[in-house]
Design a protein around this ligand. Structure first.
Ligand SMILES: *[C@@H]1O[C@H](CO)[C@@H](O)[C@H](O)[C@H]1NC(C)=O
Ligand SMILES: *[C@@H]1O[C@H](CO)[C@@H](O)[C@H](O)[C@H]1NC(C)=O
Ligand SMILES: *[C@@H]1O[C@H](CO)[C@@H](O)[C@H](O)[C@H]1NC(C)=O
Length: 607
């Protein structure tokens, strides 16, 4: 079979102004019956683990390799390119080609223009730096810290203070909050898992040895990686848990009123959005200076053009309800989180008033499951995200399972309810002051949670079998079980660690090494995807896939993301978190929902 990706050397190609390099997307065709084409089509039929080998993408140095057809940029057209490809494919494979679309670049495209938006971005960056400088100077030189508005504002930007906040290893005052320490480790591990999974993308888009990649699917253990997307449910559980638990702690037995709902949403919005908006802004503007590159068309450009077109969808946290949302593909989770928070706040106010927690939560849980199942049924989808090689190489642009079942808020609702229930449960049990020793036999249950989580992740392997699409009823059953099971297992894991049921998992997750990185998880989550795209973008030849390479890549991306996350945290995230805190501190005491109990606490609920 002809290779599906090919890349001529870009730099040596573009030497003279008349040189042209084109990225061609084309399909294989044949006028007469071709045995080879039939084999290729049959092989591609099995979408779950094979690329579509009739769909090729070559980066061709046309001035060198298509000289007979193309003289300069003006003579490039569908016809000439097709003629050139036709010839080489005919000689080698007795096949012909059909160009789907193409894009060409020459030396003159290397000068990227600076436009108005770039200048605005520069201005914003400058203002942020100035604010930080002023804030820090003010913090250092003004000894009689007054409490005025301006002082508060400036001090939020003090790098010294924010650095202290980042590196503080102080324990929370409230012993109940001290018990949440294990979540630090859990969040770090989950964030690393996200990065590892995203490190598949470079190989989907530009692997040299695609067949070695395809073979991964036949190894059952590798499905730990392919189905690890289920672990996002744990993030959702943690998010629900914090919301409910903090409201319980902050309001004890007081009544809540409805004004809390908009207030809570605004506070959360103000805290999460600045850093997020800053990353979107950078992507939409300065990111383009990383181009042009041979693969620019299928990497950076896709992301930039969507960020320029639909950034506002991201800012209102609705980007998970549209198809092909390429502006920070991974930010669907932030949207889900925000949507769930809105529902969760309403729910918590309701539950405070009506004391029917168990009944309401159970019915909502069932409704959540039903929504996911019905959606799977009506749209005839797969129950979990499938990493199809051919869909993945297009960033799941049109894959309905990814765009609906995986990303959309309502399909993840059941897990959030589990999170909220966990919050109430932990609060109630903590106030009962139970002697946990009595329950020590349950630690065996806790121990098998780990293997069970692994088993549920691996169970997704059934959908990659070389067989017909599974019957609809099986997929619907799996859709209603997979996410809730993962959510319940995560909830048991978390509860066990909070109540010190056992020490094996706890020692690992509560280790002090997670303390600082866990405050950076939000920033790391925001930036890591850019690095994945930059990595692909920088390639001037195809990437050779090996398991070792991909692990090294994930570690490197984690490290650069951590390093970048520090300034992002100090200059943007922490100041705005402080500002929001000050904003809500002024009026009555108990309007603070996501009120920070102390420095450590501050960042826990972010991601
Ligand atoms: C592979 O791509 C070709 C061309 O776009 C398409 O016609 C065909 O249906 C695809 N095959 C599969 C199995 O999706
Ligand atoms: C490009 O090639 C065409 C055909 O040979 C010629 O007519 C045209 O003048 C060339 N343009 C440039 C800019 O060299
Ligand atoms: C390339 O081959 C296809 C299939 O035979 C044909 O339809 C097309 O016209 C050819 N293109 C050129 C430019 O010759």
């Amino acid at each position: 079979m002809p290779p599906i990706y090919k890349l001529d050397d870009y730099d040596s190609c573009l030497q003279k102004p008349s040189d042209v390099f084109c990225l061609l997307h084309f399909t294989l065709v044949s006028d007469e019956p071709s045995e080879l084409l039939q084999i290729i089509e049959e092989y591609s039929e099995f979408k779950q683990s094979h690329f579509n080998h009739t769909k090729l993408r070559y980066g061709v140095c046309v001035t060198k390799n298509c000289q007979r057809y193309i003289y300069n940029k003006t003579s490039v057209s569908d016809e000439t390119l097709e003629g050139c490809l036709n010839q080489s494919f005919w000689e080698e494979y007795q096949l012909r080609t059909k160009i789907e679309h193409y894009s060409c670049s020459s030396l003159s495209d290397n000068d990227v223009e600076i436009d108005f938006a770039d200048i605005i971005t520069g201005f914003i960056v400058l203002v942020l730096i100035l604010l930080n400088v002023c804030g820090s100077l003010y913090d250092i030189y003004d000894t009689n810290k007054n409490e005025g508005m301006l002082a508060c504002f400036l001090l939020s930007f003090s790098i010294k203070r924010n650095w202290k906040m980042l590196t503080s290893t102080k324990r929370p005052l409230d012993p109940r909050l001290q018990r949440l320490k294990s979540l630090n480790g859990l969040r770090c591990i989950l964030a690393y898992g996200v990065i590892v999974t995203h490190c598949i993308i470079p190989y989907l888009v530009a692997a040299e040895n695609v067949h070695d990649y395809e073979l991964l699917y036949s190894d059952i253990w590798k499905h730990m990686l392919f189905n690890s997307s289920l672990m996002m449910q744990t993030f959702i559980v943690i998010s629900g848990f914090f919301m409910a638990y903090k409201i319980e702690i902050s309001f004890k037995n007081q009544q809540l009123n409805w004004s809390m709902v908009p207030k809570g949403i605004i506070i959360r919005y103000l805290r999460l959005t600045p850093a997020y908006a800053f990353i979107i802004l950078l992507t939409a503007t300065w990111f383009k200076f990383l181009g042009p590159a041979p693969l620019w068309e299928v990497t950076g450009k896709i992301m930039i053009s969507d960020c320029r077109r639909r950034w506002w969808l991201n800012l209102i946290y609705m980007n998970n309800y549209v198809y092909d949302s390429q502006c920070l593909l991974h930010s669907w989770y932030l949207a889900v989180d925000m949507q769930m928070l809105c529902l969760g706040l309403v729910l918590c106010v309701l539950l405070k008033t009506y004391r029917l927690k168990r009944k309401i939560l159970t019915s909502l849980f069932l409704i959540g499951i039903t929504m996911a199942a019905v959606h799977t049924y009506i749209r005839d989808l797969y129950p979990i995200m499938i990493i199809w090689p051919s869909e993945g190489s297009l960033y799941f642009k049109t894959d309905p399972t990814f765009n609906e079942i995986y990303k959309m808020g309502h399909a993840n609702f059941a897990s959030y309810i589990i999170g909220i229930s966990l919050g109430y449960f932990v609060y109630k049990w903590q106030s009962k002051e139970i002697n946990i020793k009595k329950y020590s036999n349950y630690r065996y249950i806790h121990w098998i949670v780990g293997p069970l989580i692994i088993a549920s992740i691996m169970s997704g392997a059934v959908f990659y079998r070389q067989a017909e699409k599974e019957p609809l009823y099986l997929r619907v059953i799996y859709a209603s079980l997979a996410k809730p099971t993962m959510a319940i297992l995560s909830a048991i894991l978390i509860a066990g660690m909070i109540f010190k049921l056992e020490s094996v998992y706890r020692i690992f997750f509560e280790s002090n090494i997670w303390l600082i990185p866990s405050k950076l998880t939000y920033s790391v989550y925001l930036v890591h995807y850019m690095y994945v795209i930059i990595y692909i973008n920088q390639q001037t030849s195809l990437i050779y896939f090996t398991m070792f390479n991909s692990i090294v890549l994930s570690v490197c991306i984690t490290l650069v993301s951590l390093v970048t996350a520090v300034p992002l945290f100090l200059f943007v995230e922490a100041p705005f978190t402080e500002l929001t805190k000050n904003l809500v501190k002024k009026p009555r005491k108990n309007v603070m929902i996501i009120k920070a109990h102390n420095d450590n606490e501050n960042h826990i609920s972010t991601l």
